[in-house]
Ligand binder design. Structure first.
Ligand code: NI
Length: 179
């Protein structure tokens, strides 16, 4: 895997994670390069999804591979300018992690199904309904484009349970800013 494409994942509470990401006016080579680098970064950091704000870019780009396995490239999904046009089905709870919250896992409630409309890296229009795990990953990553984070989706009990780890991330951030 080409190490030079690896981007730096930013951690909570870096302000870029709170900003709404911007629509891309066109799907060009620069966007395709970003997609490629985001996949490299996601695999290196053992993720199943990554949103552009997590690598410091205020752009509406998501990359997903529910297997997390670079050898299963046929499972890759890259979405440009995605919109969640529907969420449906039973709400289920499942433990989620996030590359911007290293070491933190929390149960999050989400509807089972979602329908997403987006552009693909080749510029074509895409619309599909997803269910189960990949639907959850899409909803988690889509949240990032709206500046919504794992910590916002935690129940009060989960927030208490993760309090020390969240405070540690805030301290790390303050240390980085001070240096
Ligand atoms: Ni995340």
């Amino acid at each position: 895997m080409s190490e030079n494409l690896k981007l730096q994942v930013v951690h909570y509470p870096e302000p870029v994670l709170r900003k709404r990401a911007k629509e891309l006016p066109e799907v060009d080579d620069a966007v395709r390069e970003t997609v490629k680098s985001m996949f490299v970064t996601m695999y290196e950091d053992k993720g199943v999804g990554l949103a552009a704000p997590q690598v410091g870019l205020r752009q509406r780009i998501l990359v997903i591979n529910p297997t997390g396995d670079p050898d299963q490239a046929e499972e890759e999904l890259a979405l440009i300018n995605p919109t969640l046009i529907d969420r449906a089905g039973e709400t289920t709870s499942m433990e989620e992690g996030c590359l911007s919250f290293p070491g933190i896992y929390a149960a999050v409630d989400r509807p089972d199904r979602c329908t997403v409309r987006a552009q693909l890296p080749d510029g074509s229009e895409f619309e599909r309904e997803f269910e189960g795990f990949i639907s959850r990953v899409i909803q988690h990553e889509y949240d990032h484009l709206e500046g919504v984070l794992l910590v916002d989706r935690m129940s009060p009990a989960e927030k208490v349970r993760n309090k020390a780890l969240l405070e540690e991330l805030i301290e790390d951030y303050k240390d980085r800013k001070a240096n």
